[in-house]
Design a protein around this ligand. Structure first.
Ligand SMILES: *Cc1c(COP(=O)(O)O)cnc(C)c1O
Length: 472
């Protein structure tokens, strides 16, 4: 307790040379905040009985203040290395953008643009025009619209197509995507009334027909992105539903979820329907995400029937859900790559990672390991292992992609400690612990991550090697 009394007062700390140096160049309230944070940490340690005798010397206190100051000054949103093997990792920002959009993104961000200006006519234009033709070309749809994300796309489409009317959905498709996106909840917000049909595992065309009343406004199909029902199951194909919709003059909408534009069935044997398939099936409106299998920025894309989309373009909700110019630039750049499928597969990181072959990963692993061993102190042991990666982002939930892992071990350091230190580093490296090994999956480590990974491993290994046992 005497130590608690000895913790210096704020005024005293402000007199320290290092802190005065901070005050000379930074605003006083900002420095004061760091001083208070440092003193609060010291008090807590004292109360827990963990404060070492050397901790209250002037240099030690100064160091604390400087550390608190850097912690407060560091950006909160930062780049991380994804070593988890989950390709579309929602917590880690889903899809990294293709390098080919970098220049466009920067030009649009730092200058003016023709976002809503028609350069031909010299008058006001539409922000949606920049991607509409492209989306129609790629999907075969008549019209297209883009909004903030797929949740917004579903909300807008439901509000526009079925507000005050019944939307008929199979019980087996009333999904929760996570982050509290649940189809019944979104439907309530849109003003559409949920009319469930069928059972969890089986829904038939007759169930949809039997549900039709004068109040029916929509048939909705939702792609069960993040789970699979196996066994005794039946669902109505989009084409069949579209046909009945035409017959009864009821619009049909599909929430396709991931929105892939290339057929990835070779990947896993699991079929994930493409957007083109929904359009060809005759569905009136299809919605999907921009940052899942598509591999672009966060966006919600709506394609389909011209008259239906016209109504959405005039809907008052659109303004609240509209896409921002940076997103639009990244989306246009990504979509352009799809005009040549080979280019899309080569340039879009999400697709490249998903289609990386085990032999390619193995070669990359060997070469990376050689490089790492040259750079990293021998205290840290690295070896390659076989394992599996996941698609993530609520796509292909059953797919297990054979991959190559780097197992990292260090003397006197548990996998849990290793995980924590890498996660808390300057450039955080996120891996996973499996059966007592700390693992980094090569599949989700980008080429541009390699220098960051080397620096991170070096800093963790170096600290152990250079300073003996950690003493913070
Ligand atoms: C992911 C997903 C959504 C939500 O999309 P966001 O772009 O994350 O808003 C909606 N529906 C389905 C079927 C999904 O898979």
């Amino acid at each position: 307790m005497t130590l608690l009394k000895n913790i210096p007062k704020v005024d005293k700390v402000l007199q320290l040379a290092d802190v005065r140096a901070l005050l000379a160049v930074h605003p006083r309230p900002v420095v004061l905040k760091a001083v208070r944070a440092a003193l609060a940490a010291l008090r807590e340690e004292a109360l827990r009985g963990e404060l070492g005798p050397g901790s209250l010397t002037s240099p030690a206190v100064s160091e604390r203040v400087l550390a608190a100051f850097s912690a407060e000054s560091a950006h909160s949103l930062k780049r991380v290395v994804n070593g988890t093997g989950v390709v579309i990792h929602t917590n880690l920002g889903r899809s990294p953008l293709p390098d080919m959009v970098r220049q466009l993104l920067s030009d649009i961000a730092f200058g003016y643009s023709n976002l809503e200006y028609d350069l031909e006519k010299g008058e006001r234009g539409s922000r949606y025009s920049h991607v509409e033709r492209l989306l129609c070309e790629l999907t075969g749809a008549e019209a297209a619209l883009v909004v903030n994300n797929n949740a917004a796309a579903v909300l807008l489409a439901l509000a526009s197509l079925a507000c005050g009317k019944e939307a008929v959905v199979s019980r087996g498709e009333l999904v929760e995507i996570g982050g509290s996106f649940r189809i019944p909840d979104v439907m309530r917000q849109s003003g559409a009334l949920l009319r469930e049909v069928g059972t969890t595992n089986r829904t038939h065309l007759q169930d949809y027909r039997a549900a039709v009343t004068p109040d029916t406004g929509l048939f909705l199909k939702v792609h069960t992105s993040n789970f699979a029902v196996v066994g005794f199951t039946a669902e109505v194909a989009a084409a069949e539903l579209a046909e009945v919709g035409r017959e009864l003059a009821i619009p049909v909408m599909a929430d396709a979820g991931s929105g892939n534009l290339v057929n990835l069935s070779a990947l896993s044997g699991c079929a994930e329907p493409t957007v083109q398939e929904y359009v060809r099936a005759g569905v009136d409106v299809v919605t999907f995400s921009g940052d899942k299998l598509l591999g672009g920025p966060q966006a919600g894309i709506i394609v389909g029937n011209k008259a239906r989309l016209e109504a959405m373009k005039k809907h008052p909700l659109l303004r609240a859900l509209r896409i921002d110019k940076l997103t639009l630039a990244a989306l246009e750049g990504t979509l352009r790559l799809y005009r040549d499928e080979r280019q899309a597969l080569a340039e879009i990181p999400t697709l490249r990672m998903l289609t990386a072959s085990p032999s390619g990963l193995s070669l990359r692993g060997k070469s990376l390991l050689r490089k790492l061993r040259r750079e990293i102190p021998a205290e840290m042991k690295l070896r390659l292992m076989d394992g599996f990666s996941q698609v993530g982002g609520g796509a292909l939930p059953l797919a297990e992609l054979p991959t190559v892992l780097i197992a990292v071990e260090m003397e006197n350091t548990s996998p849990q400690e290793l995980e924590e230190r890498l996660r808390k580093g300057d450039v955080p490296v996120i891996g996973r612990i499996f059966k007592g090994n700390f693992l980094l999956d090569l599949r989700t480590i980008l080429d541009s991550d390699v220098p960051l990974l080397i620096a991170a491993l070096k800093s963790v290994a170096g600290r152990e090697a250079g300073f003996g046992k950690r003493e913070e």
